[in-house]
Design a protein around this ligand. Structure first.
Ligand code: ATP
Ligand code: MG
Length: 429
């Protein structure tokens, strides 16, 4: 195929054989979030570039080198959203739904875009389910977010394969004091830092903590520790969170180097990581951002949230072979009809059955065909039962009912009794 007719590198089709797993995952998360009282919000995929610069921060990896930015026909600079928080904050401000301290517990799902080097678990169009809570500032809500994800891992069967890493970045004042101490220490070791870290020392020094460079990591061993700079309020908040996780029995490890890629975090930051996916090990990440709304022009409004990468979690379910068997079966019953008269009767019968069993997954054979070919298609569809309408059945006004998986003889069912019979043998989702 010519190059112009291929998908863009790092932007993938999700093929029909994969969508059942995606829908299972998305459905599981959506149900869980509904049950905890979160409401879905849907934001546009494109926003003014300025929104992301203002919120994510000019000197972050995302804004510096990962955004898909273009000029539209009006000459406005627009960007395909690289994450959801900025747009969500814009939306709540624009509609005034966090004003006067109104609590909002929101979630969203959809594609995000970052110009990164594509590899396993890292793409240029990827999908997140994210969640933001506004106007609740206690550690109880931070705990709830983590508890919900823990329940999700339980439902998916991956609790043993993920680990919770936790840190507190403190309030902006304590982070400011820490930043000063860190800059002073790192400046004294400037020559031993890698080039990227030397640059970050000037622009975003906390990000140096997150370096992959071994020499810089060695310098960091004796660097000042964030925990020593937390003020009383941040410390109490962090203790409150830990106590709640312990009460529920959620194991965690403290990671003082966890700073997250975005500029706007304060107090709690966390990541759920796995060693099952190679280098792309973070499946869900988030934290508190009490200063962001104000920074974006709103009244002081606290916030906390997270986002999970759907591709990475789906990949994990595949890798660990945790795909529930029932999700790949998409047909319950397959109707085969032989001859024009049977085909017409079959169509009418199928619609009558659908009237009575609206959740039945009933596929009517299309494209006619011999007994053998229709039967092959019935089998391939994954259906549990085939319904057969031939000359004999037409004469007696019955339909042949044949189990396709496992035991059971073919039986004849009167047309009028078909729906009632199917209701007894097909579990309807
Ligand atoms: P990473 O350190 O892996 O680059 P990040 O800190 O940039 O992640 P966030 O902005 O916190 O990621 O996004 C939340 C989650 O979205 C990540 O934990 C990951 O699961 C997923 N994610 C982020 N970038 C990508 C990507 N390019 N492809 C696939 N999933 C991604
Ligand atoms: Mg990243």
């Amino acid at each position: 195929m010519s190059k112009s007719l291929q998908a863009i590198r790092g932007m993938n089709d999700i093929l029909p054989e994969q969508t059942p797993l995606w829908r299972y995952f998305e459905g599981t998360v959506a149900r869980l979030l509904d049950n905890y009282g979160y409401k879905q919000i849907r934001m546009p995929i494109v926003e003014f570039t300025e929104l992301f610069k203002r919120s994510i921060g000019e000197v972050t990896d995302i804004v510096e080198k990962e955004m898909y930015t273009f000029e539209d026909r009006n000459g406005d600079s627009l960007t395909l959203r690289p994450e959801g928080t900025a747009a969500c904050v814009r939306a709540v401000l624009e509609h005034g739904i966090t004003g006067g301290g109104q609590v909002q517990k929101l979630w969203y799902i959809g594609p995000m875009f970052r110009h990164e080097r594509p590899q396993k678990g890292r793409y240029r169009q990827f999908h997140q389910i994210g969640l933001e809570v506004f106007n609740l500032d206690g550690p109880d809500i931070d705990a709830e977010l983590i508890i919900m994800t823990w329940r999700l891992w339980g439902e998916l069967g991956i609790r043993d394969a993920v680990k919770l890493e936790l840190n507190s970045l403190g309030t902006s004042e304590s982070r400011g004091r820490y930043r000063e101490a860190l800059v002073e220490y790192l400046s004294a070791h400037h020559d031993k830092l890698d080039e990227d870290s030397q640059r970050r020392l000037k622009t975003n020094p906390l990000r140096v903590l997150d370096t992959k460079n071994a020499d810089t990591q060695a310098v960091l061993v004796d660097a000042p520790k964030m925990a020593d700079y937390l003020d009383d309020e941040s410390r109490a908040h962090f203790e409150g969170l830990k106590a709640r996780l312990e009460a529920v029995g959620i194991p965690y490890v403290l990671n003082p180097k966890l700073v997250r890629g975005l500029d706007y975090y304060s107090k709690t930051v966390f990541e759920w990581v796995t060693d099952k996916l190679g280098a792309q090990g973070t499946v869900c990440a988030g934290g508190r951002y009490d200063g962001l709304v104000e920074q974006m022009g709103g009244k002081p409004t606290t916030g906390v949230g997270f986002a999970m990468g759907i591709e990475r979690l789906v990949l994990m379910l595949e890798t660990l072979e945790l795909i529930p068997e029932e999700i790949s079966r998409q047909v319950d019953v397959y109707l085969c009809a032989f001859g024009e008269e049977a085909e017409l009767a079959g169509l009418a019968l199928a619609e009558r059955v659908r009237d009575q069993l609206p959740n039945l997954r009933l596929q009517v054979n299309a494209g006619a065909g011999s007994f053998k070919s229709q039967f092959k298609k019935a089998d391939k569809s994954g259906a549990l039962y085939a319904l057969i309408l031939g000359d004999d059945e037409m004469a007696q006004q019955v339909v042949g009912f044949k189990p396709l998986r496992g035991q059971g003889e073919q039986q004849s069912i009167a047309w009028d009794a078909l729906a009632a019979h199917l209701a007894t043998c097909v579990v309807q989702g």
